[in-house]
Write a protein of this length. Structure first.
Length: 267
């Protein structure tokens, strides 16, 4: 089979697998192979193979001679629900932050070795960084990424380092040991400052957001040009960003009486 034919076959299997999962509903939570094949207009052998793969991955569960949705989907729904809750609770605090500092604010999470923007509130004069909801940027040279890495495990940090620390902006960190030292400082201070690390003439400042368990799950950051976020103004920005992160954390159920999650022992 040629490569293009193989890719087409794999794509078709994925599409059919998704169609199969969409059959399950509150009205009909349990299905048999024959019913699925008839409804989807697929061969029983094809459906049996798809179901077997989904059972192996935990997305479908066998009950006697029929099937229902598995717990793996519950895990995925938990991720979506968590992110939706963060977006909802962060919306007003981020807008208030932008009103105070007059720069663009973001809500970000860590995915692999990159950060992903979940929410963005622009100021009246935003810097054209091509950032948008869903966009990813490297974690090692962004303030949000460094804040999130600082509270993550040794394995996560080492994975980012092994994936490479290429030169990005004029001041981007390319030395692994220097990055580890900086992450330790961030964990102690509770905020991160990046000056010209991802983009020239751009400053970003971030602070961690915690959930009800005390775990750092996301970060709030402000991004703006050097001429507006001057070194003299940085303490003011840090204060407002840390305060906003604390407000969002409280909305997510975090209490300062909880023991904060420590970062990995990565030194």
């Amino acid at each position: 089979m040629k490569a293009t034919e193989s890719n087409t076959s794999i794509l078709k299997s994925v599409q059919n697998g998704l169609r199969l999962l969409r059959l399950f509903s509150k009205e009909k939570p349990v299905w048999g192979i024959t019913d699925m094949a008839t409804t989807l207009q697929l061969n029983k052998s094809t459906v049996s193979r798809l179901v077997a793969d989904l059972v192996a991955e935990g997305y479908v569960q066998k009950t006697k001679n029929k099937y229902k949705l598995g717990l793996s989907l519950l895990c995925l729904s938990g991720v979506i629900t968590s992110n939706l809750e963060m977006h909802r609770e962060a919306k007003d605090p981020l807008q208030e932050l932008v009103n105070k500092v007059a720069e663009t604010a973001h809500l970000s999470i860590l995915e692999g070795s990159a950060i992903t923007y979940l929410h963005k509130v622009e100021c009246k004069h935003p810097v054209r960084l091509l950032s948008h909801i869903g966009k990813q940027n490297p974690a090692f040279c962004t303030s949000s990424g460094k804040v999130l890495l600082a509270y993550h495990s040794k394995e996560t940090i080492q994975s980012v380092i092994k994936s490479g620390l290429p030169k990005m902006g004029p001041n981007s960190q390319t030395d692994p040991q220097a990055l580890l030292k900086e992450l330790h400082t961030i964990r102690e201070t509770g905020y991160s400052i990046c000056i010209e690390e991802l983009h020239e003439d751009v400053v970003s400042i971030a602070a961690p957001i915690r959930d009800y368990t005390g775990e750092v799950i996301s970060a709030v950051s402000v991004v703006g040009p050097l001429q507006r976020i001057t070194r003299e103004k940085i303490p003011f920005f840090v204060q407002e960003i840390v305060h906003t992160a604390a407000i969002i954390s409280t909305k997510l159920g975090y209490s300062s009486t909880l023991m904060p999650m420590k970062g990995g022992d990565y030194e």
